[in-house]
Design a protein around this ligand. Structure first.
Ligand code: PBG
Length: 339
């Protein structure tokens, strides 16, 4: 890009000394601003995460995420219909089991809670939207880690990846169009691709949570899935200070067969979104995570931020940085006004 046409040797003043170039001319009316807008988020870019909690008789609001609910089977179906009617591009489902165990068995059970959610939502709106399942064990394990623990107390990579493969197959069988492995285990995409293909699910796509940072902004999500994490995730999620590592993770996921890649969180990692978007030829998604949601909601509730404007600005910025899809808890609410 060159900036010479407007600044440089050319005169920048009229003979009378007034500015020759007046960028404000193009900002003067709403129509001029609309005509010259460079970035516009569309409803079809948004993905709505939804939670199904086993054993609930009424939806339960998540305390640290006002406006976001753990659903019953009934209200989940309604929320999915509402999302699709609002025009969102897809829904991403999470399940919260009643009982957790050491190995996260619910994740690979064909009748596990996420599979129930996928089946219900696929039956209700499956031909009108994209249904995405999150592959991970953290909602299902008593220790809250993303996989099974080895004798040293750290997550056992290869044993966990084995379970992800099984989870992918049961999710595909339940109706997922896309599965999204979020565990940050090495080789997970290759293993899931092979497991899906072996089970005849060649057409189920993989959205890799490729550049996923060990972030404090996932805090409220723990509330959402009733997870009390023992320790931290720093042996498998990325160091927030690293950039090049993201390129490596994304390259590995693509080599392993990821159809789409994701950066997570979004707002604090827009440089990573931009970098990845400039380097890859697959769609780049970004996850505007629970903490990003709660920050704006909390400040807005105190009257410290103008809520709707702040939300649209955050979505626009994530899109501007290069994310084709944005996973956001505001998808259903904001889709209609984004067109
Ligand atoms: C893993 C998963 C997490 C989120 C999405 N998928 C939690 C984690 O990795 O710690 C976080 C999403 C959010 O914070 O909104 N199941």
């Amino acid at each position: 890009m060159t900036i010479q046409p407007t600044i440089g040797p050319a005169p920048v003043s009229t003979p009378a000394g007034a500015p020759l170039h007046r960028p404000r001319r193009l900002r003067r009316t709403p129509h001029l601003r609309r005509l010259t807008a460079e970035t516009q988020v569309h409803a079809s870019n948004l993905i709505q995460p939804l939670f199904l909690r086993e054993g609930l008789t009424a939806p339960r609001e998540i305390p640290s995420m006002p406006g976001v609910f753990q659903h019953t089977r009934d209200t989940l179906r309604k929320a999915a219909v509402e999302a699709v009617s609002a025009g969102v591009g897809g829904v991403m489902l999470f399940g919260i089991p009643q009982e957790k165990d050491e190995r996260g068995s619910g994740a690979v059970d064909p009748d596990g809670i996420l599979q129930v959610a996928l089946r219900d939502v696929a039956a209700e709106v499956g031909d009108a939207t994209v249904v995405i399942g999150d592959i991970n064990l953290d909602e299902y394990t008593t220790h809250g880690h993303t996989g099974v623990l080895g004798p040293d107390g750290d997550v056992d990579n290869d044993a966990s990846v084995e379970l992800y493969g099984q989870a992918a197959v049961v999710q595909a069988e339940a109706g997922a169009h896309i599965v999204a492995p979020s565990g940050m285990m090495d080789g997970q995409v290759a293993h899931i691709r092979a497991a899906l293909d072996a089970a005849g699910h060649q057409n189920v796509a993989i959205l890799g949570y490729s550049a996923k940072y060990a972030s404090h902004f996932y805090g409220p999500f723990r509330d959402a899935v009733e997870s009390s994490l023992q320790g931290n995730r720093r042996t498998y999620q990325q160091n927030p200070g690293n950039i090049r590592e993201s390129l490596r993770e994304v390259a590995l996921d693509m080599a392993e067969g990821a159809d789409m890649v994701m950066v997570k969180p979004a707002l604090a990692y827009l440089d990573i979104v931009r970098l990845i978007a400039d380097h890859v030829d697959v769609p780049v998604s970004a996850y505007q995570v629970s903490g990003e949601y709660s920050m704006i909601e909390a400040a807005a509730a105190r009257g410290w931020l103008e809520r709707d404007g702040s939300i649209v600005e955050s979505l626009t910025s994530i899109h501007r940085a290069g994310a084709s899809q944005i996973i956001t808890y505001w998808a259903t609410e904001f889709a209609p006004r984004l067109g």
